[in-house]
Design a binder for this molecule. Structure first.
Ligand code: P6P
Length: 336
């Protein structure tokens, strides 16, 4: 048999990963498989979004008379309906919904809680900019039966898995279960996510910084000093850094993961706690970046150590290469 490159689907990768965990029951791999199906359904609709003039915009009815939903509302429903009956979850929480989402009474409840941002950056879709789905999985802490808010309001270091899907020219699923970070590229011809980036490691230091500098004058003075430091000429420290900002977190963090550097959404006078959500955006991305050898903080504290108080709370975010984020923290804390 010729030595063909092993084709690893995400399902195979999950099962092989679970076999490495003694006592694994298969619940976890079943959960991730159900989630992967939801991503494929969302991909199918997102990839048609460019045809909105033909298919109709949100709030209209399409050629077959169906109501066209906003894509983020559609994605939210797809994930909930894909996950509500598998018996793996006791509760869900979505960035699109104020309160936790309970499992319907007719279905069994399981041992995990799922938090997700169904379509982050969806305001960019009309410009054909990459958008994404972000998810976090925690082990339940309530005893049994219907899950509760406490199952969702856990510090990020308690995540058992996290990941994102970036929908674009090629659609990728990147996830971690605490054993490194792995990327899968969707092969539309067979509808499978195939392993394309095994054990992704973020460079220790990069030469790209990513922030919305339109907010520069609202930033803290120490942070301004850090960004001005990045602007200075110094070949030994690869400065000036290049500035890249897509305005879609999944795309900016994905580039940072692969190329290194730092992505930041700081607090500012308009958003004193920052704009990004701790539970739906920052915790999952922090778990992924740390698993790839990087760092994620709010400028003073490790993101994954923050004890959440509300489902939709915001946090400032500095995430990326270990040395870049550590240097940003030194400036922010007035040590440079
Ligand atoms: P701004 C998209 O709306 C989002 O939630 C993130 O995906 C993105 O990083 C951020 O907001 C962009 O915010 O204020 O720069 O437009």
């Amino acid at each position: 048999m010729p030595d063909q490159q092993k084709v690893v689907t995400i399902e195979r990768h999950i099962i092989e990963g679970e076999r490495a965990h003694p006592g694994a029951t298969g619940h976890f791999s079943g959960l991730l498989r159900d989630l992967t199906l939801a991503f494929k359904v969302i991909w199918r609709e997102v990839s048609k979004a460019g045809l909105v003039d033909i298919l109709g915009a949100a709030g209209q009815t399409n050629v077959s008379g169906d109501d066209v939903k906003k894509l983020d509302v559609y994605a939210d429903e797809v994930i909930y309906k894909a996950m509500d009956h598998g018996g793996h979850l006791c509760v869900m929480a979505s960035e699109e919904n104020e309160d936790v989402l309970h499992i319907p009474d007719q279905y069994p409840t399981g041992r995990y809680a799922l938090l997700y941002d169904p379509l982050d950056g969806s305001s960019n879709i009309d410009a054909n900019v990459n958008i994404g789905t972000i998810f976090s999985i925690y082990r339940r802490i309530s005893p049994s039966g219907k899950g509760r808010l406490e199952d969702c309001l856990q510090s990020g270091y308690k995540q058992v898995a996290a990941g994102y899907v970036i929908y674009g020219s090629s659609t990728m699923l990147v996830y971690t279960t605490g054993d490194g970070v792995h990327g899968f590229t969707l092969d539309p011809s067979i509808g499978e996510f195939l392993l394309s980036h095994e054990d992704i490691r973020i460079p220790k230091r990069g030469k790209i910084y990513s922030a919305n500098e339109g907010n520069f004058h609202r930033w803290d003075e120490n942070l301004k000093k850090y960004v001005q430091y990045l602007h200075e000429e110094d070949k030994n420290t690869n400065r000036p850094y290049s500035q890249r900002y897509i305005g879609s977190m999944v795309a900016d963090v994905h580039r940072t993961l692969l190329y290194g550097g730092i992505f930041m959404y700081p607090a500012d006078k308009k958003n004193p706690e920052g704009k990004l959500r701790l539970m739906y955006e920052c915790n999952p991305m922090a778990f992924i970046i740390e698993q790839a050898g990087g760092r994620a903080s709010n400028g003073k504290q490790r993101i994954l150590d923050i004890q959440p108080s509300t489902l939709h709370q915001h946090t400032p975010l500095f995430i990326g290469s270990e040395e870049d984020v550590a240097l940003a923290e030194e400036f922010i804390q007035g040590k440079r």
